[in-house]
Write a protein that binds this ligand. Structure first.
Ligand code: RTP
Ligand code: MG
Length: 138
């Protein structure tokens, strides 16, 4: 059995709405281990590194602005298949159609703004996870 790690962010909407504890406890309740945790006011430089794959997309600039709008909670969770397990728990990107029972589906919706405010980020592969953990927990 291999232990995987993933980077989870509670985005500014989740922190501002007081959902940090609820979100972290759902991940723990699914069986993953909280290995690192901190609240950060991310810099533009850090966010540009984190989101480098999205440079040039129409939502890139509003996404960076949104992530600069308030504190973010960064966490590392560990466990067998945690990367896909967390993305399944988070639900699909658009919170309006994310399945009920998921974090985005239960707590999020489209607010009619330029970027999806969807409460959480989770790494999408082992390579992304190691890269992103290196950025947020340097
Ligand atoms: P994440 O990276 O945050 O875990 O989310 P994801 O894989 O589901 O989504 P991704 O395609 O990587 O996009 C990163 C974040 O950009 C925002 N986004 N808004 N059309 C839109 O309004 C739009 N598309 C993407 C979301 O905050 C998304 O999570
Ligand atoms: Mg992504």
């Amino acid at each position: 059995m291999s232990i995987e790690r993933t980077l989870v962010l509670v985005k500014p909407d989740g922190v501002q709405r007081g959902l940090t504890g609820t979100i972290l406890s759902r991940i723990e309740a699914k069986g993953y281990r909280l290995a690192e945790l901190k609240q950060v006011e991310a810099s533009r430089e850090l966010l540009e590194k984190h989101y480098e794959e999205h440079v040039g997309k129409p939502f890139y600039e509003p996404l960076v602005e949104f992530m600069l709008s308030g504190p973010v909670v960064a966490a590392v969770f560990e466990g067998h298949r945690v990367i896909e397990g967390f993305r399944s728990l988070a639900g699909t990107t658009d919170p309006t159609i994310a399945a009920p029972g998921t974090i985005r589906g239960d707590f999020g919706r489209d607010w009619g703004v330029k970027v999806q405010q969807n409460l959480v980020h989770g790494s999408d592969s082992a390579e992304s996870a190691e890269r992103e953990i290196g950025i947020w927990f340097a």
